[in-house]
Design a protein around this ligand. Structure first.
Ligand SMILES: Cc1cc2nc3c(=O)[nH]c(=O)nc-3n(C[C@H](O)[C@H](O)[C@H](O)COP(=O)(O)OP(=O)(O)OC[C@H]3O[C@@H](n4cnc5c(N)ncnc54)[C@H](O)[C@@H]3O)c2cc1C
Length: 435
């Protein structure tokens, strides 16, 4: 049996190479605010929003407005990744942002077109992918591919920077209210697709009283690189692993606090079967074996934090030579200016504490009334066939919010394609009926 041994140097893949510009038509001068009506409003231009926009383009729905806080495709995703100095995606080449059933230039084809720009290690990954083995995608390639997909499906012409504040849905229309460049706007949309992604999970309220202690930051906040000789990092997932990697890289020591009895190394975010139809079937509520409680239990198990295999040699070596101390099975009791206090009173101290506690899906609450979101255990009440909110059939969800319908891979790039196919098909049929 051949055993694939991943190359730790993948973690050094270069960023911000000079990719050739795409022959995009210039975005014409246009009003600063989005138009007052549209067939579809997509909220969020991350990988999920991009996939939905591309799918709608393919099925001929062109009267589309996209609103995103950053006003650029995949900006929050890439911003988070760059904050961690993450150089490769966890997902393989087969997981590309796009549309199920339509042959665009796929991520691997795109990378091959830019062969001369890639390093030998990156080229080897493409060969691995072609041979059907696990492969790893450079963030730089993914970034350039998102720009390519965006231009190809005319996203720049349809994208406005802004924040959506509320959705008011009736039988015929959804009124989307928001602000852009400090001006309020309203769009009467026939359909809305929420592609809101996930928010950072904050520390439990019991960890500190009053304000957050000095020297404590979350993984997605900027920190000064040079001010810590010893860092305390709390969390068991890939984000924590990147923070550890970066600290070790610049010569700092690390105390790693893990609630679990041991760290777990795994290729992908969730078990690979959840990217396939048979895994998704385990979330099909029509089957008697998959009650809500069964699905909740599966989600709890599958959302467990894991680290990519590539990190194992680095972390093991650092632990052996004492640059990294791992506190396994350590439950945090409190966090203060001195460090992290564990249950039992032991104090783990350092010059600063970084918290990497995961993310929580945005389920539409805050935009839609609570009774419309219908959240159960935090998950929105969606029609399983169309991914529309049952209480607001003109409003759809894609991305992490759909995990209880499509399984845990719904939050990942490949899961967006599955969600997108259902949503675009439903919208195209409805728009076609009224054309
Ligand atoms: C560091 C990190 C690395 C990851 N690596 C991988 C990986 O390698 N492979 C993989 O498959 N998955 C990975 N994931 C999971 C990843 O989050 C998803 O694959 C993907 O980015 C989610 O895309 P999205 O479009 O759902 O969300 P996002 O990329 O978060 O996009 C949502 C967008 O909606 C905007 N938005 C939200 N609310 C509003 C509003 N009210 N008004 C206007 N705009 C709004 C947000 O600002 C954001 O721009 C990673 C996640 C993180 C945090």
């Amino acid at each position: 049996m051949t055993r694939f041994v991943p190359h730790p140097r993948l973690l050094d893949s270069p960023r911000h190479r000079d990719w050739p510009p795409y022959p995009a038509p210039p975005v014409q001068d246009r009003p600063r605010l989005p138009p007052p009506d549209a067939d579809v409003v997509i909220v969020g231009a991350g990988p999920a929003g991009l996939a939905v926009a591309a799918a709608l383009w393919h099925v001929g729905v062109r009267d589309v407005v996209i609103i995103d806080r950053d006003g650029e495709p995949a900006a929050r995703f890439l911003g988070r990744i760059d904050r961690l100095d993450q150089r490769v995606l966890r997902s393989p080449y087969e997981h590309h942002p796009g549309v199920e059933g339509y042959r665009d230039c796929e991520l691997r084809d795109f990378a091959r077109m830019h062969w001369s720009r890639l390093t030998p290690v990156e080229r080897r990954e493409i060969r691995m992918s072609q041979a059907g083995h696990r492969s790893v995608v450079p963030v730089d390639v993914f970034d350039a591919y998102c720009q390519h997909t965006s231009v190809l499906h005319q996203v720049p012409q349809r994208l406005w920077r802004g924040e959506v504040h509320s959705l008011d849905s009736d039988a015929d229309r959804v009124l989307v209210r928001g602000s852009s460049h400090q001006n309020e706007f309203g769009i009467a949309a026939r359909h809305v697709v929420l592609c809101l992604g996930e928010e950072r999970r904050d520390a439990p309220a019991t960890w500190w009283t009053g304000g957050r202690p000095n020297g404590v930051s979350y993984w997605d906040e900027p920190v000064r690189e040079d001010e810590a000789d010893r860092e305390v990092i709390v969390g068991a997932g890939l984000t924590a692993a990147h923070l550890i990697h970066n600290a070790l890289d610049r010569g700092a020591g690390v105390e790693w606090v893990l609630r679990q009895e041991s760290e777990r190394y795994q290729c992908s975010d969730v078990n690979a079967s959840f990217f396939r139809a048979e895994g998704r079937a385990r979330f099909d509520s029509q089957q008697r074996t998959t009650s809500w409680d069964d699905r909740l239990a599966l989600m709890a198990r599958e959302r467990r934090a894991t680290v990519m295999f590539e990190f194992r040699p680095l972390l093991s070596a650092a632990e052996e030579d004492g640059r990294l101390t791992v506190h396994r099975g350590a439950e945090v009791h409190a966090v203060n200016d001195k460090g992290v206090e564990l249950d039992g009173g032991r104090l783990v101290s350092g010059d600063r504490v970084l918290l990497a506690l995961g993310t929580l899906p945005s389920n539409g609450s805050g935009l839609l009334p609570d009774e419309v979101v219908g959240a159960r255990d935090g998950w929105p009440d969606l029609d399983e066939r169309t991914l529309a909110f049952r209480q607001a059939p003109r409003v759809f969800a894609a991305g992490a919010a759909t995990c209880m319908v499509l399984g845990p891979a719904a939050r990942n790039i490949d899961g967006h394609r599955v969600a997108t196919a259902r949503i675009a098909g439903t919208i195209a049929a409805e728009v076609g009926r009224h054309a």
